[in-house]
Design a protein around this ligand. Structure first.
Ligand code: CDP
Ligand code: MG
Length: 752
């Protein structure tokens, strides 16, 4: 490849045809069919790359030396043989054949795009190769992951392979959890964490190599990182940059990085038969469970993976599967149910990677985290309902919601591929072939084009990047989205009217949180209740996993939960009550169990709270407690969450104040049956309806106080509470953010 110019492909046989072309997609099928003898098999096919893989063993000796070196450490025999086994396994990965070629390419080129399908060893091996080749002598090797679970589990795996303790030479860093030390030379981290590292080290001086992994996922942080690291590569000749992706559309990355070379690592892929349903499925969860059980009963051994949309769905599916299989007793083989999702506690994550005992079958219930970021060996059957949960954002209204959305063809292909890694597999798509062809988009829209950009804009402003319209985006976000972000930051007082960072903005940027949450914390200084507000922020940051609701004890659980709501204080204060009472019991686990509270979530909240407390000190906000007066606490919350306010219409219906949209209080809220006239909500979720989750009653007139640039008297006049202000509020426009343009915020009269 020495002759190649930039933009060329390093191995020419990389002219890969989309593997899907090679697959057999003839079959449709009927799940739940009583015909056990129904044949699911399809024609054989030769997979493309089998012949092409030339096992280059040249580096094997070098490898053994390294192994020797490692083994001189004082491990006991057990660990030693385990280490040997792992080293053998390393050599069987597809990427191993390209070790030398890769190292030569890294030496020669500064930026390199690497393409190899999931499981080929990119994430775990490439940083190790670079480490073995000496790249850690003058700096760290960083490797970014879009997902925290992937960062943790991959770091754990690599530390095992190297026979070192996690957090020593190999570590990981995710939000609120830093498992690295002075010794760490290989650091796995979420892309969001690296973005934050830029704030302290804008040239990434402590890194010699950076691998931006899972680039095809095109998360918001990854996209922003592209722009930043491209710049670094230009002024730091010693800096090596690897962009790795699991999909074939690498040319886009290469073009963006000044036509850098692309190294393809052909995988060893087995044929996958794809089956479609004959009819669209009314309930994909039911269909998925039925399919899984059918596979379990009728198909030869091999593990099953079901792609679901989120934690709640996964837990529901796990429950149903458990009940159904218990009902069947010993008539069927053992089914080991393994959930995997982002908030899954670390200790349970390992279970999913454990080999399945013979005679049993593992069933992995995963979010799209398992699409490309995690490789779980032994999967032979994939069930793909065709949905994922996606953040969607309406730049007009600034409204963000989580929505269950159909996946793209690219995702469907990735999912199917999970079944053919170690042997021929089968993928059951719970949608029709017609639907796949006609309804599915080719690719998922990059997150930057469908999300709230406020956080990123704040980070970029902190990095001194003011001209956002001309930032070198690989795909630019919609201008409207940028403007909305600037407007929000202005309303939050993070930016002044010239679009410059304010003191408040700088304080907010210290917190690794959404700007609305960080503003709420910064405002708590003014309202003298920072102690309470950081507890609330910590509890909000652990997600929706605080309250337990076991199947057969729902009434008890609901009663326990309502107790924290005494006086209809609202969900935010209820979270505070939970935290404080738990603290009073000296952080007792028993107390959690008695009150249907998830102890693990509480421990995490405590960790997060400690960090927020430290950060408060850093931005010089005093820790003050004012537990007896709820109004200042609610005002502090409103200082950040004023865009999330709705007023009551009738029949439990609400309408958001600024940009009217109908919504309902989520049934899980303590205020669901109260219908207060004006509420603030933490987030909007779209399920069967638009639901506001985590809700607190506020007084509409506060809005004029906390967000004078966002709300005017007319917004709050008719919303149930009397405003003391008679005249119209301040100027309702934001000037000078983007050159000389002036943007008028649309205003609408609120009707009740
Ligand atoms: O990054 P890529 O998808 O190319 O592969 P990888 O994540 O480096 O995985 C390579 C191999 O390491 C897989 O075949 C897994 O068997 C193994 N692995 C593991 O056992 N446990 C992990 N946490 C991660 C990877
Ligand atoms: Mg990977």
């Amino acid at each position: 490849y020495g002759k190649l110019n930039g933009g060329d492909k390093i191995n020419p046989f990389a002219e890969q045809k989309a593997w899907e072309d090679q697959q057999i997609e003839k079959a449709t099928w009927n799940f739940g069919s009583k015909d056990k003898n129904r044949s699911m098999s399809a024609d054989e096919y030769e997979f493309v790359f089998g012949d092409l893989i030339d096992f280059v063993k040249a580096s094997a000796n070098e490898f053994d030396d390294d192994l020797q070196a490692q083994q001189t450490r004082s491990f006991d025999l057990q660990v030693k043989s385990n280490l040997e086994k792992l080293q053998e396994e390393r050599k069987t990965l597809p990427v191993f054949s390209y070790r030398d070629e890769l190292l030569r390419a890294v030496e020669k080129y500064q930026v390199l795009v690497i393409v190899g399908e999931t499981g080929s060893g990119k994430t775990t091996q490439i940083p190790q190769y670079l480490h073995e080749a000496g790249y850690t002598k003058h700096g760290k090797i960083g490797c970014t992951q879009p997902r925290r679970v992937a960062a943790m589990s991959v770091a754990a795996r690599v530390s095992q392979e190297m026979g070192v303790k996690l957090g020593h030479e190999v570590g990981y860093s995710i939000r609120f959890e830093d498992c690295t030390s002075e010794k760490t030379v290989m650091k796995y981290m979420t892309d969001g964490m690296l973005l934050r590292e830029f704030l302290g080290e804008p040239d990434l001086a402590s890194y010699s190599v950076l691998m931006v992994d899972e680039a095809h996922e095109r998360t918001l942080s990854t996209d922003i990182l592209f722009g930043l690291v491209k710049d670094i590569a230009r002024f730091r000749p010693d800096f090596k940059l690897l962009i790795s992706s699991a999909t074939l559309d690498a040319k886009k990355f290469s073009d963006y990085f000044d036509y850098c070379p692309i190294l393809y690592i052909p995988g060893r892929r087995h044929p996958v038969d794809i089956f479609y349903t004959k009819e669209p499925q009314a309930d994909y969860l039911d269909a998925a469970i039925a399919t899984a059980l059918q596979i379990h009963v009728t198909e030869p051994s091999g593990d099953i993976m079901i792609f679901l949309t989120g934690q709640e769905e996964i837990e529901a599916a796990a429950e149903v599967l458990k009940q159904k299989t218990e009902g069947l007793g010993t008539k069927i083989g053992e089914l080991i149910i393994c959930p995997i999702f982002a908030n899954l506690p670390t200790e349970l994550q390992a279970k999913v990677f454990e080999p399945t005992p013979s005679g049993a079958r593992k069933i992995v219930l995963a979010t799209n985290i398992a699409e490309t970021s995690l490789t779980i060996d032994g999967i032979k059957y994939v069930i793909d309902p065709g949905f994922c949960k996606m953040k969607s954002y309406n730049p007009r209204t600034g409204m963000e919601s989580l929505q269950v959305t159909p996946i793209s063809k690219a995702s469907a292909r990735q999912r199917a591929g999970r079944s053919g890694r170690t042997s021929p597999g089968k993928c059951f798509r719970l949608y029709t072939s017609y639907s796949y062809q006609h309804d599915f988009e080719d690719n998922t829209i990059p997150e930057i084009q469908r999300t709230n950009l406020a956080n990123v804009v704040l980070t970029l402003k902190c990095l001194g990047i003011h001209d956002l319209l001309h930032f070198d985006f690989i795909d630019a976000p919609p201008t409207e989205g940028l403007i909305k972000a600037l407007e929000l930051l202005f309303a939050l007082a993070a930016l002044n009217k010239f679009g410059e960072l304010t003191k408040v903005g700088r304080q907010m940027a210290e917190f690794p949180l959404d700007p609305k949450l960080s503003k709420m914390i910064v405002a708590s200084g003014k309202y003298k209740c920072s102690d309470e507000v950081i507890s609330i922020a910590a509890m909000l940051s652990v997600g929706n996993s605080v309250f337990l609701r076991p199947k057969n004890k729902q009434t008890y659980a609901d009663n326990a939960r309502m107790w924290f709501q005494t006086g209809n204080v609202g969900d935010h204060i209820a979270l505070l009550n939970v935290y404080n009472e738990w603290k009073e019991t000296n952080y007792s686990t028993e107390w959690c169990a008695e009150n249907y509270i998830q102890a693990r979530s509480m421990k995490r909240a405590r960790d997060i709270r400690e960090q927020l407390e430290r950060l408060l000190g850093r931005v010089e906000i005093e820790l003050i407690s004012n537990p007896d007066d709820l109004t200042p606490i609610k005002k502090a919350i409103a200082s950040g969450f004023f865009p999330h306010v709705a007023s009551s219409m009738k029949n439990g219906r609400y309408r958001t104040i600024k940009y009217p949209q109908t919504a309902y209080i989520h049934p899980s809220s303590g205020l669901a049956r109260e219908s207060p006239s004006c509420v603030l909500y933490h987030e909007m979720v779209l399920t069967t309806r638009e639901y506001m989750r985590c809700v607190t009653e506020i007084e509409a007139k506060w809005l004029l106080d906390v967000a004078p640039h966002y709300y005017q008297v007319k917004h709050v006049k008719n919303s149930g509470s009397k405003s003391s202000l008679a005249e119209e509020g301040g100027p309702n426009r934001t000037d000078n953010f983007l050159g000389s343009k002036t943007f008028h915020l649309p205003t609408r009269r609120l009707q009740t």
